[in-house]
Write a protein that binds this ligand. Sequence first.
Ligand code: ADP
Ligand code: MG
Ligand code: ZN
Length: 486
Amino acid sequence: MLVYNGGMSDAYEVVIGLEVHAELITQTKMFCACRADFFGAAPNTHVCPVCLGMPGALPVINKEAVAQTIRAGLALNCTIAEDVRFERKNYTYPDLPKGYQITQYELPQAVNGWLEIDTPAGPKRIGITRAHLEEDTGKLVHEHGVSLVDYNRAGVPLLEIVSEPDMRSIEEVHEYLTRLRQLLIYIGASTGDLEKGAMRMEANVSLRPKGSQELGTKVEIKNLNSFRAVRNALAYEIARQERILRAGGQVEQVTLGWLEQEGRTYVQRTKEDAHDYRYFPEPDLPPLHIDRAWVEQLAAELPELPRPRRQRFVQQYGLGVKEADILTADRAVADYFDALVDAVGGAMPAKKVANWVMGDLFRLINESGQAIDTILVTPKKFAQLLKLVAARTINANTASQVLKTMFRTGEDASAIVEREGLAQVRDVAALEGLVDRLLAEHPDEVARYKAGKTQLFGWFVGQVMRQTRGKADPNIVRQLLQQKLQ
Ligand code: ADP
Ligand code: MG
Ligand code: ZN
């Protein structure tokens, strides 16, 4: 990946902290019984007096949303608070029907964690300041010169994850976001679907002279809806701050918006007009006490997380870190691979199995657009095919063809091999006959080979393979040719 530092020289160090909002996966909204999966629904159909903020309507805490927050907190190595409190954050905006948002402020659900990322200098921990639970706002739609509001999203459970100012480059930010998203998807807390707005980012960035320990004045860039927007907005902002500092000026502490089309930030708010949200404890909700035993149960139920799983793949299967990373990036892929290696049962080294998955299988999956957990080639079926390869019943080329058919029809490998007569020709006498005839028919090539044109060896092998329609055991063919051409 290209390392882009905003065109910056060595004089300054970049300091970045992120605030990430992730919609949680729950059946219902945060404080009412409305269905939370509003995507694609007609506007204002997933609403009720509670999420519309009608006077007298009472909120009820969604236990599953709390569980999801605790899961995320545990996965992020946070301390899980036993006493949490919901508070009102007061402000007026059309997408906020109540005139306040219910959030955790003084007593958040999870604090003091970290997330490990990869950097060119090795693994690095990014501190997690806090992860707290709140509710999403509605959505404004501006069209035909009017503004419309859709409250389907209002009250959907939202997790806010605040990092320490620990990132030092745009690459680290990208890596952090990628790992965070992967983790939330792994534990089933969020879909991480950026296109549907399930993950939204705010980036805080400042510059300081290299070697300085003090933090510089930061700006906050709001409403970043894609990793690309984060990258572009940060590059723009880093360059802007550097220009100011180089000219001897001072960066003003402001909140910025990002104009994706124009590729520039704009000032939304200065320090002077910072909001006073007048936080106070939500009077309609009791303080929440979290039972230790419940936290322990949620911890025990967490799946193996991507980092340790990657580590295990390296150790147990002898894979490289890159391969292990690819195979653990998606939980369903990692599950498939675990099951496959198990079913192959040592007949083929796991590293070779990995090549089959990342090569042929991924290609077929990508071409068909299917999800790995719904394909017809189950790990058991794939293992049967690989065992035929390991036993040299069929060669690798044939296996590729058989896999294609299996992928389409779901048939067993052995059935296809039998029906289409694909078993490898391993009859040494028969192959020897073919080799003898080939060499007799091509005295020129034999002479050139013996004169030193050793590249012709591959051509000889290819000829025998062609005559057997790809079914000859290439190892036997090679051995025979080596003997005869000496
Ligand atoms: P605010 O009170 O403005 O919300 P916080 O201290 O709560 O600021 O921090 C918000 C986010 O900004 C956090 O992710 C934090 O890591 C980051 N941050 C704080 N100070 C700086 C700084 N000087 N440079 C870059 N990021 C910072
Ligand atoms: Mg903030
Ligand atoms: Zn509702």
